[in-house]
Design a protein. Structure first.
Length: 305
């Protein structure tokens, strides 16, 4: 196992207050990896921060040869910043560590041990806080992941928040993805066979406040749902077929009653209702089929297959 290297990518955005503690944790992590016979390479991507993060990084990383700094020329999405780190990685395996240190860096030692044992994908699954206040805070996230898991063909992993270690084979495949509308969690959870999961408790932020606001969360959720919610599209198609069938049966029944001489209390209403039902369900059917085609084209363009 000697001379095998793990690359760690750290995306940061306005995390100047957390940088000193982050570097201390990385130095200790390097020592732990050395005990396993592993080398450590770290790349920290400054996502065009405006709070002086780049200057703090330069000062704290001076003389640390295992740390590489990169400042992005303009701000990109959270998922795109991780993809950039994946593309730059050179190690035999790659891991992501958040700059806010809510994911415990020392847990990466256990990730590395699982990788040495043969796992290609190891992900951290955060436990939800059982307190009532945190329950209501996490409720939308729980609903989203349950809906994603139901509507996708693969096994979306609830509570997986981009804390992972992946083998070089997986890295080479993910490098071909495009940064637009990217949902890495879905790719990692569904495309590479068995996923090794490790439960852990997320820590409070060391300092500062989260830059992942509602708009960013909403954008990420929509990207994930549109990319991996196959059953939802099929539900539209199946429901339209069923309504189309009900409309045809109803129209046929009306025709039989009319031939038999049945007098309807309100002439014309029943026929209008069933004709509209047939037309609307046919429109829904074609709409569902078009969405299925668009999803396949979208996945081809953005590397989901």
């Amino acid at each position: 196992m000697k001379n095998r290297t793990i690359s760690i990518g750290v995306p940061v955005l306005n995390e100047s207050q957390n940088i000193p503690e982050l570097i201390r944790e990385l130095i200790e992590l390097k020592r732990k990896f050395h005990e396993l016979g592993l080398q450590l390479q770290v790349q920290i991507n400054d996502n065009a921060s405006t709070d002086g993060t780049d200057e703090v990084l330069k000062r704290c990383c001076a003389g640390l040869e295992f740390v590489r700094l990169k400042r992005l020329p303009f701000q990109v999405s959270y998922q795109a910043s991780i993809l950039d780190l994946i593309r730059d990685s050179k190690g035999d395996a790659f891991a992501v560590l958040q700059g806010d240190l809510q994911d415990p860096p020392m847990l990466l030692v256990e990730f590395a041990k699982r990788w040495i044992q043969g796992s290609l994908v190891i992900v951290g699954v955060g436990r939800y806080d059982s307190s009532l206040q945190r329950y209501f805070f996490n409720l939308p996230r729980m609903i989203f992941y349950n809906a994603m898991n139901w509507s996708s063909d693969g096994g979306i992993i609830p509570r997986f928040q981009d804390f992972f270690l992946i083998d070089r084979k997986v890295v080479e495949i993910l490098k071909s993805l495009q940064p637009d509308s990217l949902f890495l969690r879905g790719h990692i959870a569904t495309r590479f066979g068995e996923v090794d999961t490790i439960e852990y408790s997320r820590r409070p932020r060391v300092a500062g406040k989260s830059n992942f606001n509602f708009n960013r969360k909403y954008s990420l959720a929509i990207d994930g749902f549109l990319m991996f919610s196959n059953k939802f599209l099929r539900l539209i198609t199946v429901a339209s077929i069923m309504l189309f069938g009900v409309g045809l049966i109803g129209a046929f029944a009306l025709l039989v009653l009319w031939i038999a001489g049945y007098e309807f209390p309100f002439r014309g209403w029943a026929s209008v209702v069933f004709v509209l039902l047939i037309l609307l369900s046919a429109t829904g059917l074609f709409f569902g089929l078009i969405l299925e085609y668009l999803q396949r084209i979208y996945k081809r363009l953005f590397g989901s297959y």
